[in-house]
Design a protein around this ligand. Structure first.
Ligand SMILES: Cc1cc2nc3c(=O)[nH]c(=O)nc-3n(C[C@H](O)[C@H](O)[C@H](O)COP(=O)(O)OP(=O)(O)OC[C@H]3O[C@@H](n4cnc5c(N)ncnc54)[C@H](O)[C@@H]3O)c2cc1C
Length: 395
């Protein structure tokens, strides 16, 4: 062997794909990315003002993106859990955090409980059209008086003959102004502790379902967020999703998928704002050189890259456990906590590296920060994640 061939040099451009992904995932990655870049990203700025339109659901349904891991018999693609990660990562190329969230609520939050706990009739009625993008879903857990404390919700479902009558309200509901149905968490027996909750599938045109308000928010402007009220909303017995009295456990299961997909979105979001900022740091000059070549700035990138890579490995390894039949609540909480934190730290540092430009709308870095900031609150706050992790050690 020639001497030159024995010299091993680092190849920073060689990106070996992670072992959880196959060629099929990479093809999927390519198609989601090109769809997002071609059909969504050109509208991103406009949708910050108007919220993204409903046709996005139908178009993604046509392309098969709304049912990647659902079985083919329901119109899904029959893929594994990693396909959902690919979607969560690549849809970010739409350059619209709000859009990514609205879609994730549909694919990874509202529809999974229907697939997991629903009757065949419910799957045909809600899951199949949701996968086609013909029905839009939302998920109602949070209430004006209870968010982190899910068990403290007050929305009450009372049995009345074969029907149930529901009264109460939900707040901060993503897709809430446009959804065709809601996966609704209610209390059915206030004396039964954690066994007193029940999920319902409710059409939003049911009399008594009221969209009180579309809420204004810090970021995620392309998504709609609603305050909802239920006034003597009568639903039939077959609207119960899963088991009567087991809604709390059902929704805790749902939250694990929600946190996983949120964590994946955080890593992808952090990577994108990193990439954009790297480009800027190699172009912007101060004191006669590109700012990226100042050691202080170089080290900021090194710190950010380390955080992003650590979060990515946490997410992928936890997803691997999830895919392989484990229910790794502790690790999911760790991944969600860490990914959300570092995403916000990275976005904040990227604003700093941009200087005044980072504070301007034009560069999109401030929007990345505003959008990513939600992740330390939504799907369970940092403090709740810490509590879940701590309690998992019997503390
Ligand atoms: C843009 C957006 C979209 C959302 N979409 C949805 C949706 O589609 N569906 C839905 O159901 N919900 C949704 N949410 C709600 C979100 O999940 C809640 O906001 C979140 O769970 C926190 O609940 P909360 O707002 O009531 O805060 P609170 O529970 O009132 O918490 C306030 C503060 O107290 C802290 N705290 C609470 N309990 C503890 C504790 N035990 N120990 C230490 N600290 C604690 C919290 O960490 C937080 O800092 C959304 C929220 C936002 C902002």
């Amino acid at each position: 062997m020639a001497i030159a061939e024995q010299v091993i040099k680092p190849d920073f451009e060689a990106r070996k794909r992670h072992f959880i992904f196959t060629d099929e995932h990479e093809q999927l990655r390519e198609s989601v990315r090109s769809f997002a870049l071609r059909e969504l990203a050109p509208h991103a700025e406009e949708w910050e003002e108007t919220t993204f339109p409903d046709w996005v659901f139908r178009r993604m349904g046509e392309l098969g993106f709304l049912g990647l891991s659902y079985p083919e018999e329901y119109g899904g693609q029959g893929g594994d859990y990693y396909s959902n990660l690919v979607l969560a990562e690549e849809i970010g190329h739409a350059n619209s955090g709000g859009l990514a969230m609205g879609i994730a609520v549909h694919t990874d939050m509202a529809t999974p409980p229907i697939f997991k706990f629903g009757t065949e009739e419910q799957k045909q009625r809600y899951l199949v059209p949701s996968i086609k993008g013909e029905k839009i879903s939302c998920l109602g857990i949070t209430e004006p008086d209870a968010g982190s404390d899910v068990a403290g919700i007050k929305t009450r479902a009372l049995r009345d003959g074969d029907d149930w009558v529901i009264n109460g309200s939900k707040v901060y509901i993503t897709n809430g102004t446009r959804a065709d149905y809601i996966v609704l968490v209610t209390k059915t027996d206030p004396d039964a502790g954690y066994d007193g909750f029940t999920l319902f599938l409710v059409d939003t045109d049911t009399p008594g379902f009221i969209v009180e308000k579309k809420l204004e928010k810090l970021g995620m402007h392309a998504s709609d967020t609603a305050l909802l009220a239920f006034d003597d909303m009568r639903v039939p017995g077959d609207a119960v999703l899963g088991e009567v009295g087991k809604g709390f456990y059902h929704i805790m299961w749902e939250l694990q998928g929600e946190r996983m997909i949120g964590a994946a979105g955080c890593v992808a979001g952090a990577q994108r704002v990193f990439d954009r900022t790297l480009k800027y740091a190699l172009e912007r000059k101060a004191f006669g050189r590109e700012i990226g070549h100042f050691q202080v700035i170089r080290h900021k990138f090194a710190e950010m890259a380390t955080k992003i890579e650590a979060a990515r490995q946490l997410v992928y390894t936890t997803a691997w456990r999830f895919q392989n039949g484990e229910y790794p609540v502790r690790e999911i909480s760790i991944a969600k906590l860490f990914a959300a934190r570092i995403a916000v730290e990275v976005a904040d540092e990227c604003i700093q590296i941009h200087g005044g430009a980072g504070y301007m709308k034009e560069y999109g870095v401030e929007r990345a920060w505003r959008d990513l900031r939600l992740n330390r609150i939504g799907a369970g706050t940092d403090e709740v994640m810490l509590d879940v992790i701590g309690r998992s050690y019997g503390l």
